[in-house]
Each structure stands twice: as C-alpha cells, then as structure tokens.
Design a protein around this ligand. Structure first.
Ligand SMILES: [Mg+2]
Length: 261
C-alpha cells in the first residue's frame, strides 16, 4: 500500500538529476512507485526539450519513463496556443522543443503571437527589437517560463523569463506565462493523470516554481533540499507541505495520512 497518494509529479533538474548526474536511488524510486500503481508525471520548465526528447534523455540515464508521462514547458505552451488557434506565431525557441510547434504557421513579420522560449544566441538586438516593434503593433506575447536565471548547465545564465519581462516592460504589454508556477501547466499535468488533486504529490527543489505552482493548483508538495535549494527559500510566505533532505524520504511521505486541503 502507498497511503492515500495515488500520483506523484517529479521535477527533473535538482530532483531526479542535477547537471547530468542522476541522484542515487532516483531510478529505483520511480520503478517502485510505478510497480505500486502510482501515476507518475515528470514536469519540467525546460523549453529546449520536447516531451519526446526529454523522455529519451531520461531513458538514456536509466529511467523507465514514457513520453506521455513528460510535460515540458514547450509542450504545454504549444497546447495552450493550439487552443487559441492563432493565424500565425513567431516562436523564439531553439532546440528540440521547437518540434512541439511544427503544426503552426510560422511568421516573424506579422505574427498574431510572439512566443518566447530559450532562443539562446538569437536573443540579439535585432530580434529583440523586432519583437518590441511587433508587440507595439499588436502582436500578443506568450512567455514559456517566468524564471529569469538558470543554473542547470553549471553556471548562472540569463533565461527565458528575463527576456519576456524585458519585452513586457518595454512594450507596455502583459504576457501570458505557461511554465511552473503557472496554473495552466499544472492543469495540463493533472488532467493527464486522472487522479483526484488531493491524492497528488508534487516533488520539487524550488519554492518559486514547484511549490508555489503546487499551492496554486491545490495539491500537496514536498520540497527536497537538493539541486537549486537554498535555506533562504524557506523564509518566504510560500511553504511546502513537507521538507526532506533527499529523495530517499519520499516513500515515507507517501505513507502519511492525507491531510485535508
Ligand atoms: Mg528543479
């Protein structure tokens, strides 16, 4: 028996692996939870990775993970856009994540939507200024994740949210954000699980994305003190339901009585 939890959502960076190294016991933990019948989801704010590529990478590391269990910010953003059925979009994104957008009409001259993901070196003056002019002319802005800096590649880097915020401020427009902690990406994830929200546990290392998003979505959360965790993260208003030192303690939490939320 696994207590009252029926589903677990794992962050990747800082939870299952960090900077290319798998945490001890992570592979086996997912196998055991799956064997006990829990529904597993992997929820990542990666924009560069498609869900398929993300699953492939995890499999190469030794995880038993299926594409359908992975939700990346690029996948969720493409789902969001599909619902809007835009006449065209300019997807500022490099990497395999771009394949999520292959069904759209791409136009960087007069797009209905500018969609900001990780555009790497293409975040240059020319492209950013072009985006500014298009926003001023009426294009709508969608930003894949709110995070402004990223440490997952080993050194600090400006990332998607920094460019999104700059464009919002410069053009005087409001962007729609999709990745954690936005409600939308949690809704996509939870709908795909078919498990009552109160029986789902979010496992993450970041309060500002994983834990805040879980709170907004009305699910329990556990903060693992690995990856990008800093003690100061716990001094704010947003508090996880559980705090543990490592993944090894997750099964203990899954046994606890479910609390009313
Ligand atoms: Mg993380």
């Amino acid at each position: 028996m696994t207590g009252n939890f029926k589903g677990v959502i794992f962050d990747i960076d800082g939870i299952l692996e960090f900077q290319g190294k798998v945490y001890p016991g992570a592979i086996e933990l997912i196998d055991r939870l799956r064997a006990k019948g829990l529904v597993i989801r992997i929820l990542s704010n990666s924009t560069l990775k498609s869900r398929e590529y993300c699953a492939e990478k995890l499999v190469k590391m030794g995880f038993s993970i299926f594409k359908e269990e992975v939700i990346t910010a690029s996948y969720a953003t493409a789902r969001y856009l599909k619902r809007l059925n835009p006449k065209s979009c300019w997807v500022m994104l490099k990497g395999k994540g771009f394949t999520e957008f292959q069904d759209f009409i791409h136009d960087d001259e007069n797009p209905a939507y500018i969609v900001v993901g990780d555009y790497r070196e293409e975040f240059n003056f020319q492209n950013l200024n072009k985006a500014l002019k298009l926003l001023l002319a009426g294009s709508k802005l969608v930003v894949m994740i709110p995070e402004k800096v990223d440490h997952s590649l080993g050194e600090v880097e400006l990332t998607v949210g920094a460019y999104g915020k700059m464009l919002e401020d410069a053009a005087g427009v409001k962007a729609t954000y999709i990745g954690k902690p936005s409600q939308y990406i949690f809704d996509v994830t939870l709908r795909s699980m078919g498990v009552e929200r109160r029986r789902v546990l979010m496992v993450g290392d970041r309060v500002a994305t994983d834990i805040m998003g879980a709170k907004r979505a009305g699910i329990n959360s556990v903060l693992v003190k690995t990856g990008e965790f800093k003690e100061s993260d716990l001094s704010g208003d947003i508090q996880p339901d559980f705090v543990v030192k490592s993944l090894k303690e997750i099964e203990g939490i899954l046994q606890v009585s479910l609390r009313e939320i």
